[in-house]
Design a protein around this ligand. Sequence first.
Ligand SMILES: N[C@@H](CCOP(=O)(O)O)C(=O)O
Length: 483
Amino acid sequence: MPEMNAFPAYRGRMEYFCLGCGARYGTEELHYTCPNCGGVFLLRDAGFDTLRERSGEEWRTVFDTRAGAKSDALRGIFRFYELMAPVMDEADIVYLGEGNTPIISSSNRLSAQLGGQRMAFKNDGQNPSASFKDRGMACAFSFLNHLIRTRNLDEILAVCASTGDTSAAAALYASYADGRIKSAVILPQGKVTPQQLAQPLGSGAVVLEVPGVFDDCMKVVEHLADNYQVALLNSKNAWRILGQESYAFEVAQWYDWDLAGKAIFVPIGNAGNITAIMSGFLKMFELGIITALPRVFGVQSHHADPVYRYYAAQPQEREWHPVTVEPSVAQAAMIGNPVSFPRVRHFAERYEAIAGPGSFQVVQVTEQAIIEGMLLANRHGHISCTQGGECLAGLIRARELRLIDAEETAVLDATAHMLKFIGFQDMYFENTFPQSYGITPDPARSNRPELVIEAAEKERLAPAEYTVACAQSVVERLGLKAR
Ligand SMILES: N[C@@H](CCOP(=O)(O)O)C(=O)O
């Protein structure tokens, strides 16, 4: 029986592997892009094959046993230590409560509205900074701690570009780092929700705004990382990807390691998350921890759809072209030149080679469908952000295209908490969307507060009369019957 609280003894031989030229580099330094060709990296464990000494069943037992761990290092995503970043010591691990987010099945009524579709949301908004980015940050910051310890560094300045979630997570984890890691975040001016802007401000990060969109900010942080001593915390940093693989591990564990008949829907923005999720499923498959790969559907808005366009072409005609984005309620995914696209292409090929054609697909949805997807989900007990709404819109689109049938269980990624994006709900309910979103609110879906009595009545009536008058108005509005 594996020991529940024992920190794993296994140490991997991690190396950066360039997807452009195949060069490899050791992990004693933080690299973002290949010094040789500028390509993006994956982090690989050159010792991965030794993990095959345990059977899939033994690994499942290890991870199930660790699910009850009482040590902070193993309570969160590092329960899956050997599969992710097995170079850090226990003392390096940061745990702020990330991971272990629930998967909530849809109610019968919602499922019936979707033609009996089996469906669930994984609520990654229940992470500490209210988005999935915490998975990646927990890993990236643990690695920074490892670097600080092993290389005697005294202070690191961590920078990121963000549509809001990455910056909130980076700033939160930096604020926990006892002054060893400072955070500066670069945001597109006016294109981050007020809630998301408040997060890094509250965590004490330096918040810098750039007129433009996320893609402009990303170029700035890439320039900084290429020329100055900063740690880049976007998912171009491959340690982020490793942490986000935990999403796939958790989905597998939630379903007792049986992923046959499951379809995972993931919004694509900078494309780090879909990369990580495919990578995570493939690792488990290679070790026999799961015996079937779930299908993976990427979802993009028609206002930010470069990955959809790439895969919509016939295989021999595919060419990569970034796009210019237009306003999107799925603002976290409003990205025209996703840095992880080469990683997506790499894993999609491997995925299809194992699970066959149709195991990886990308669907495109409208802005109208995204916002109404979010409203529909949340009217039925979910806490979906607009990107979760994008996933539901993607599921509906996949059904229209007959890419999925009702018997398959669709697991939708609610990447962030709905409250971060609640301003878009207000815009729908108040019919205040600028034309550029291309959204026409349906008044039947709107919900507004109703005043039951004029404020002046409070001055005019005695307190007891005022209560009765208010109650009477409520009775009339709700049509209540006396007892
Ligand atoms: N939506 C993201 C964009 C940056 O993505 P990253 O995963 O590369 O950091 C955000 O929240 O900023």
